[in-house]
Design a protein around this ligand. Structure first.
Ligand code: MIC
Ligand code: SF4
Length: 635
């Protein structure tokens, strides 16, 4: 049988199931990663499993999302994460060391291995030929505890890259082109596997930009083969021993093949407020821009930032435009410093931020009111920047630096400066000594602060569920809509009672009060409900508020899994008109005995029969009936 790279990795890790798209499979997980905003919950859940030490080859806990430390909450969370890591054998990456995905790529990712991470951009490591997937914190905790990871066997889509990027076109434009063609729901339950002569010209960090933002397609993950570029990257990182060659067999078959001709690709931009609202940069020429932000797990590598520094050299950014730069890791920062490149950035007028997520998740760096902010990031959901009426555009680092210099979008045909490709040196300074490996830790007990509130177990699903519709929303609702980010709210990630007060706060200010007035709630959603961030709080906190069912037109993959993990029943409308008829406060009655795995079944809304279905497996239905995954675990 001729296998793709994806199939080879899945086959080597398959514990249950078969390589049949759409069926349920369970995989052995080699590595995990967590970050602080989702990590506290993941480790509280790991503690609840009662195991002594993690059972993975390596698990890493990164502090990169909330490092603002206004008050005791974040520092307490960081201390908890450091001490719990030592206890359970997890590598700890202190605040400021870098962004989880960039650091993981540089230090731990290995071709052919499996990785799940409590962050939706975990597929970044697919740039190094890993099967790397985002998941909820509980799923990651169970993988750390040695449990198999259950998922739907994805359809494997081949993306053939032909030719070579020209001029100022960048890897970012390849993924923007895919988003343009497929939309933010075009990748659900699919893996995007890249091949073709165009692949050989892309460095690992460029590949990682693409696999990172495959998350915006809703994809399970994306990945590249392990080839000469992979070998070069690993050897620069001082990890030549981690290289294995891994390419698809000749004539490997893909469910579908998409072809992108790199020679013809021009600089692209995703317009407000969705990553798939893509158009050529040239069409926006003349639009004034008040802020440019360069960084995030998508575009903060050494090559990205060196290119930015060289284009800024001996120039000044436009005085009406603010330029923020956050390097992806201290390794990148140290290299820029050693080569004198920071000077070019600083003297051009850029502001240098810490090596963290920063403005990407509204941790500072919010734009002015009603202004235009151009970012090299991966998400431009409304209000995510922290400024409700800001217009956020997503571009490559090449485009961003041109915008900062001109104070507006301009036609790429007029851009000046070198387009030479920047290569990583053969060997780069290691920052591994900054990680705290468990054997080196001096922490002997787990320290918690008052903001860290123990987990609640939820009750099982009753035979007859009577509930009221507490909210109705439209298509493409993101987990940022459900639970906004930003410094103030993210500081409450380890405190479910407190954070639940913010659920849907920017969509419907009365939602929480409405939930409090009814015992059990139901949310009605449109297509692709729950896309975006993996934050399980977007399921956990609604469950805490009494939501036990969501009926939507379709669901995003990670959020669907999180709903199951916390015992919320995700159902799908069979007839679109039933969605139209639903209204807040209507009463819903559902009998568990009517449920059919893989089939259609009735429930009643306001006395009318409505036919629904679900994509739940037998196993998932049992988890929902038990009131969530933790209630079913025996280790
Ligand atoms: C994001 O980019 O939305 C985040 C913040 O990294 C999230 C994780 C979180 O909400 O903590 C993600 O992508 O999963
Ligand atoms: Fe951090 Fe932004 Fe990447 Fe999420 S998308 S991990 S917030 S840099």
């Amino acid at each position: 049988m001729n296998l793709s790279v994806t199939e080879k990795i899945i086959k080597a890790h398959l514990l249950e199931g078969e390589l049949i798209a759409g069926s349920e499979i369970a995989l052995k997980i080699d590595q995990t990663l967590t970050q602080d905003a989702t990590g506290t919950m993941a480790y509280l859940q790991l503690e609840a499993t009662g195991i002594d030490k993690v059972k993975t080859e390596i698990s890493v806990s990164y502090i990169d999302h909330n490092t603002i430390q206004m008050g005791f909450k974040n520092p307490d969370d960081h201390r908890y994460l450091r001490t719990v890591a030592a206890q359970y054998g997890v590598v700890f990456s202190p605040a400021g060391t870098g962004i989880c995905h960039q650091l993981h790529l540089e230090n731990f990712a290995k071709p052919g291995k499996t990785l799940i991470g409590s962050d939706s951009h975990t597929p970044t490591a697919g740039g190094l030929a890993m099967l790397a997937m985002g998941a909820g914190g509980l799923s990651v905790a169970l993988a750390m505890a040695g449990k198999a990871y259950s998922m739907t066997m994805p359809h494997i889509i081949g993306v053939e890259l032909k030719g070579k990027l020209q001029g100022f076109s960048a890897a970012k434009d390849i993924i923007l082109e895919l988003l343009h063609r497929l939309t933010v729901k075009g990748g659900v339950n699919k893996v995007f596997e890249f091949f073709g002569d165009g692949v050989t010209h892309l460095s690992v960090p460029e590949r990682a930009t693409i696999t990172n933002m495959g998350a915006e397609l809703g994809a399970t993950c994306s990945l590249f083969p392990s080839d000469e570029q992979t070998r070069k990257f690993l050897s620069s990182m001082g990890r030549a021993q981690d290289f294995i060659p891994l390419v698809a067999d000749e004539n490997a078959s893909y469910h579908e093949v998409i072809v992108i001709n790199l020679d013809e690709l021009q600089p692209l931009v995703a317009c407000p407020h969705m990553p798939d609202k893509v158009m050529p940069v040239a069409e926006l020429a003349g639009l004034a821009v008040q802020q440019v932000a360069i960084g995030s797990c998508t575009n903060s590598s050494y090559a990205d930032l060196k290119m930015v520094a060289l284009l800024l050299k001996d120039k000044k950014i436009n005085p009406k435009t603010d330029l923020l730069i956050s390097p992806g890791s201290k390794q990148v920062l140290a290299m820029l410093a050693e080569e004198g490149l920071l000077t070019h950035m600083l003297t051009a007028g850029a502001r240098l931020l810490e090596c963290t997520c920063g403005p990407c998740i509204g941790m500072g760096g919010s734009p002015q009111s009603a202004s235009v902010s151009v970012r090299t990031f991966n998400r431009n959901f409304e209000a995510r920047s922290g400024t409700l009426d800001a217009q956020v555009y997503l571009v490559s680092a090449q485009t961003a630096v041109q915008v900062a210099l001109h104070g507006q979008f301009t036609d790429p045909n007029t851009w000046q400066g070198s387009t030479d490709k920047i290569e990583l040196p053969a060997s780069v300074p290691s920052i591994r000594s900054l990680f705290i490996f468990p054997e080196e830790s001096i922490d002997t007990e787990i320290l918690r602060g008052p903001n860290i509130v123990a987990l609640e177990r939820f009750s099982s699903l009753p035979e007859t569920l009577r509930a009221n519709i507490t909210l109705k929303v439209g298509d493409n609702i993101t987990t940022d809509h459900i639970l906004p980010a930003g410094a103030e709210i993210t500081a409450l990630r380890s405190n479910i009672p407190a954070i639940s007060e913010y659920i849907y706060s920017r969509v419907d200010a009365d939602f929480v009060e409405r939930c409090k007035k009814t015992d059990t709630g139901v949310i009605i959603g449109g297509e692709n409900y729950g896309q975006g961030s993996s934050r399980e709080h977007a399921a956990l906190a609604p469950r805490y508020l009494g939501v036990q069912m969501i009926i939507a037109k379709s669901f995003a993959r990670i959020h669907h899994a999180n709903l199951v993990n916390f015992g919320i029943l995700p159902l799908v409308f069979v007839n679109g008109k039933d969605y139209d008829n639903c209204q807040i406060e209507q009463e819903l009655i559902f009998n568990s005995s009517d449920f059919v795995v893989g089939g259609e079944f009735p429930l009643s809304i306001s006395g009318e029969t409505v036919i629904v279905t679900s994509t739940l497996t037998e196993k998932e239905w049992k988890i929902i009936q038990a009131g969530g995954l933790l209630n079913t675990i025996s280790l």
